[in-house]
Design a protein. Sequence first.
Lengths: 477, 359, 455
Amino acid sequence: MNSSLLFIVLLCLTLFSYWFGIKRSLKVAGGAEYKKSLISLPEQFGLLTAMVCGLPALITLLIFNSTEQLVIEQLLTNTLPIKIQQLSSIDLGLYLNNIRSIASTETSQTLLQNISSQTLEQTSNASLITQYQGALTLQTLNQQASWLKTALVLIIAVVSVIILVRKFSPTFKARQKAEAIIWGLLVSSSAIAILTTVGIIVSVLFESIHFFKSVSPAEFMFGTQWSPQTAMRVDQVGGSGSFGAVPLFAGTMLITFIAMLLAVPVGLMIAIYLSQYADARLRRFAKPMLEVLAGIPTVVYGFFAALTVAPVIRNLGESFGLSVASESALAAGLVMGTMIIPFVSSLSEDAISAVPNSLKEASLGMGSTRSETVINVLLPAALPGIVGAILLAISRAIGETMIVVMAAGMAANLTANPLDSVTTVTVQIVTLLTGDQEFDSPKTLAAFALGLMLFITTLGLNILALKVVRKYREQYD
Amino acid sequence: MKKMMKRKITTSIITLSLSTAVLMTNVVNAQGNSRDTISAVGSSTVYPFSTVVAERFGKSTDFKTPKIESTGTGGGMKLFCASNAINTPDLSNASRRMKKSEFDMCVKNGVKSITEVLIGYDGIVLANSNTTSQMNISRKELFLALAKEVPAKDGSPRLITNPYKLWSDINPTLPATKIEVLGPPPTSGTRDAFAELVLEGGCKSFDWIKAIKKQNKAKYKEICHSVREDHTYIEAGENDNLIVQKLSANPKAFGVFGFSFLDQNSDTLQGSVIDGQAPSFETIADGSYAVSRPLYFYVKNAHVGKVPGILEFLTEYTSEAAMGEEGYLTDKGLIPLGEDKLSNIRKNVLSLTPLVLNK
Amino acid sequence: MTNAIQQTRKNAKDNLDMNNSKPSKLLSTTEIVALSLKKRHKKEKRFKNLGLLAVLFGFMLVLVLISDITIKALPAFGQHWVQLDIDYKSDWLNIEETSPETLLAEQLKTANFRKVLRNSIYQMFSSTADKKLSRSEKRELTKLFSTNAEFTIKDALIESPVLLNKQANIWVRLDDDVDSYLKEGFSDGEAGLRLSEQQAGWLAKLNAEKRLENRFNLSFFTASDSREPELAGIKGALVGTLLTMLVTLLLSFPLGVAGALYLEEFAPNNRWTDLIEININNLAAVPSIVFGLLGLAVIINLFELPRSAPLVGGIVLTLMTLPTIIIASRAAIKAVPPSLREAALGLGASKMQVTFSHVLPQAMPGIITGAIIGIAQALGETAPLLMIGMVAFIVDVPTSIVDSATVLPVQIFLWADSPERAFLAKTSAAILVLLALLLVINISATVLRSKFESK
């Protein structure tokens, strides 16, 4: 039977083992009335039995599934004529693919018929006959594998249960054993999170090191010329292949700066107003508003920036006589600021609320107005939290991709003029990796080096934010 | 909610998630069967045509609609020539003929049998928004505007870094605006064609550069094909639609792309007059507009029969309804081949005649 | 505050010195403060208004964004159709009308409906003119109708084969240029957008004959991506999104909750646990594009899973959502009052029993809310999916998680580049659908939370 059916059968077996374990434990105890004589609850016996039935069998199933194809392929290849076996791996792959498609479309009877009819006709169709025979072999192998799998899995399940159940006694520590297994499962789940970080670091680092073999780190970090579009072929003339990333960093910084200029004052004032002044009714409307701003996907912001904000800024600038690029850093920066407002606002609000009420009340009690309290007491007290919030917001802005891909330009301009078009690190990563993806040209690897820079920067900002908050946090109680 | 209910729900959620998570891993191992969708990569200029044929093919037959990706001619060739393995593309669109070096790479990697399909002709235009005046320029002036190094102004046979900032610096009759051209990157076949037809066309009008060609071909190529990197020529990626949008937003900029994009956006863009000829259907078809090139796609013969529908797709593509004089590809801006040429190509293609490239 | 008082003191003093010559008593602090009050209250009011302004600014931003997109999206929900007189001549179709039933059906499948459509149209319009239409006129005329029209009339004939060699009134779609022109509201016969005067004249004629109709564009929801704007729909993208979200949810929820449980309840308080914690907090803040790099380098290159499949997209999004779910679940678990745990322990339960039978059910509302919010975030992600190749032109609706597919945000991104007016409307409409989806998910999270908490 196929994997899915087998899996369902296994599931049923596991459920059955649960029931069986309970029954068995009660029997061992000497009947349902003597339940109390067991060290563990019958349900726990049942759980242990179920896990012992299910887990080893499941692991076997997974291992079998992952290695099944390779083994079958190897066995099949060994039955083919020597000439075919000696084909290059790619040709062999194509040949096997052919056999696979024949095997999946024709039934074995048709194949047998075809083979016998072919042999009668001509021997010039030798290759066709070999293929049909191969298909037949494949079908047989598949069937055998299926039987083997079913048998193996079911036997392991049943045998494990039997071995376990024999050990049942009133003093059998079923609970401890079951809990140990569950504990193991929990640990491995948390390990996945670590594996992810390791994976990111390793893959990005690996490719970046590869990159730095062809381009020196000094040129990358300090060079001001970014023309990565090198020639595709030997006889083509492309870009000069300079990988100075400073214009990219500058562009990222410019757009982030503009975004912060909008987001920090607005976000902070919203946080202050909502926490200090607003009545419940306004807060009921304002909270969803902030959540909407935070929940809008960045691709929508990008669309808005490219198709609405940029032309408006352009027209405004032209009417003042300024020359505004159609993809000004201003457009992208403003929209990015909009996206970050809820971020700054909610984190600042948390920071401000964390200041003990006693300080606020003391200040008010001494006669200061609310604004004076905020400016002179709350903000300084909440400052570490607010600074942390700003740092996190900067980190978010630096890593933002879609808004800049759609609204910012592609020219690596080194400028401080917000009306010019600049490009950022994230835009270049996307540009370099959509399309040609040869993993040993400096062009593709440059994307990974940029990714590494991004990762390190955001990591650094996050750690800094954490440190700032921890170090300067006042302990009031 | 009662405690018991909560607990029951919790346990059921846990069991459900665990079981389905494991089911997923089963599915992973279930794949590895043969592919049943044709896959094509390559030129962004041919992309609009291939996608239209693919869509009609999917609608009118029982085969799956082919999957088309726009990677640029060069990028597509690399993926296509990687090997004959089943997870490599079946078709490669190209806005210029396959180069010998690419063909050699294909052969080296085992892709020996390739069928070449000539689809039609396309012009390369230098377009700008039709809200400003139309540009009238020569290829020589375009070379002076965009090359990395240009001949010195006094006429002596030496090269200087390109000093021209405004179009009017080159020729006072041209507009006094900043030189800003959005064009394709080296992965694009349009870039190759542009370099060969326009840049080189203008470059060799300088006799002393033309003389270098005989002595040192590589140096000649370097002089004529190098494009300046000081943000006057901006490489705008493989998305020609994006260039069209940017031109509408920025009337001072120019864009380099295939004629089909100009044709499809004729209400907002206009093509510049190059060497006295404006780009139009007629001038490209009869050859008077000098900057035109043929469009191709290439078929990996080893995949025919392994991936269902390739031959039928070729039939649809080379049919009268598609590539004919009144075909639907013509509606999209393709300059069609003549009747005789089309029937010849159809015959060759449907018999999968392998390509032989000698130069 | 001190500045104001000093200032007032000084003012008061100057006032006194200037006005009175006789020695005056010094103002008491209360009086000084009373004098400064007006200024301070003004400042307070200004500050408060600034805050209110900021909040209103936030509202305005949301309003502008949503209304801008809604206005742009409205045209996408209507589609103009036109009624044509189609003449199903068998010699145009290029079939033998005397063939038996079965053979006829086969022939109809490959018959030349294009010719039928064109000739019928020429017939309709040249009947009024004395001369035949020129070649360019013919081209202009056929451009008015959608390229799908020939498939519509084909389906009509196959459905009722009795129409063979007869005339029939068939409704077909108009081309997107015409559709946009009609929605723009030009007067009859006026050239505009991409329509010439002659084309506008023909349209006016059709309108006068009451052959034009504006119908609700259902195909936006039932059709897949297409190169023709009037045919493009989001069905493929929606199904792709569904599959990807399914994979993400089923992978990230158990892993996330299990990880959170371990970290919160069972992990010993040592350096390794601290490291894991820092790790997870950082992962939550890593830009999404780095996950795309990971997906490209590892999942596609190393494990060789198919590009553009919801499976790969789901795995990448799982890695992104996992930290969010772990953090939210930890917060929910932490919020369970220790009294609950201690009571259970006191009654003799083991740690595991306490966790699974008492803590977890209590924390479940918070966990589910966190998971739903994490999924909503993943729904709108585009950048990592661009890296793993979900950017191809894919028309077929995916049927399994290993078929090629695209998701709604990526579809929006791809359509945003197309210059046709109709695609602009379609992109905005797709954005509205995406936002509606997110709204539904977020509301259900809130409802669930309140339902759990009230009971």
